[in-house]
Write a protein that binds this ligand. Structure first.
Ligand code: ATR
Length: 272
């Protein structure tokens, strides 16, 4: 039986083993997938031990995505762009490929829900690792324009420079958003982890706007509650992104594409 795991700290709350169990039941694949608490500063030793023991692949979550980026022997183009790795694959020659399936997981979730990004005015809130990770897949949908708003504007400006070759990307502060309207707003700040909301102006949503939070929980996030009061037409949290990145990981390892929708439904049912 091929073995896989997710490394993180904390890790107890991880839904990845349950998600991959669903994928195995669906596809009949035989694999073991466990979660492993890795002490901070010990990613390399833990990964070395895992692969030396015959492990075939890892998912990597907070706070090790940069360690995984450095650990990989080679990187996919999307991982290079993301500057972070959430997926390691052991190749037949023994080398380790680093990939990033977070962004494609989010965009596929949106497409599954029937959301369009093409020719839309898209706003991304935040300029940390989570936002960097989704920029290439979002831009590949060819939005009309993409704005990155962040508390620390210089970080948004840096991202806009790093991705300007892929589309019309601009950066601004939250204050600068007054008077602008967007069709799709994606929250990639870690503010909601602490129940905070970036200071967003009213009337930010265009008619029929869709709002997506990369965070998820049993209760609507503060951002999604805000979006509802602002009249958003569509709302979604990041549970589908989590299942989507897992599906891309499963595909990279097993070369079979599992179905995500029944797994999202089942996880949601268990959360409430
Ligand atoms: P991650 O890997 O989750 O993206 P990160 O790289 O630390 O984490 O980035 C966190 C993001 O959330 C940043 O954009 C941060 O804004 P700053 O760059 O100005 O620090 C944003 N953020 C965190 N708390 C916030 C808050 N209370 N209000 C607004 N933005 C916040």
């Amino acid at each position: 039986t091929d073995t896989y795991a997710v490394f993180g700290n904390p890790i107890a709350q991880s839904k990845s083993p349950a998600i991959h169990r669903h994928f195995c039941e669906q596809t009949g694949e035989d694999m073991a997938y466990t979660k492993q608490l890795v002490p901070e500063g010990e990613f390399r030793q833990a990964a070395d031990a895992f692969f030396a023991d015959g492990g075939r692949g890892l998912n990597v979550t907070v706070p090790f995505k940069l360690d995984a980026y450095e650990y990989a022997n080679h990187l996919t183009a999307r991982a290079q762009r993301a500057g972070a790795v959430n997926l390691l694959i052991k190749e037949n020659d023994g080398s380790i490929t680093g990939d990033n399936s977070d962004g494609i997981g989010m965009v596929n979730d949106m497409l599954n829900m029937g959301w369009e990004l093409g020719d839309k005015k898209v706003l991304l809130l935040g300029a940390g690792g989570a936002v960097r990770g989704v920029l290439e897949p979002v831009l590949s949908q060819q939005p009309k324009c993409l704005t990155i708003a962040n508390r620390t504007v210089s970080k948004a400006e840096q991202l806009a420079r790093d991705f300007h070759d892929l589309g019309t990307v601009s950066a601004c502060s939250f204050d600068d958003l007054s008077g602008q309207r967007f069709d799709v707003i994606i929250n990639g700040t870690s503010a909601s982890l602490h129940g905070d909301l970036p200071p967003l102006p009213d009337q930010l949503l265009a008619p029929k706007a869709a709002c997506y939070d990369m965070m998820y929980g049993a209760e609507p996030t503060v951002f999604l509650s805000w979006a509802e009061t602002q009249g958003a037409d569509q709302l979604a949290d990041g549970l589908g992104m989590l299942v989507g990145q897992a599906a891309e990981s499963f595909y990279a390892w097993r070369h079979i594409r599992p179905e995500v929708v029944p797994v999202i439904t089942e996880l949601r049912r268990k959360m409430v």
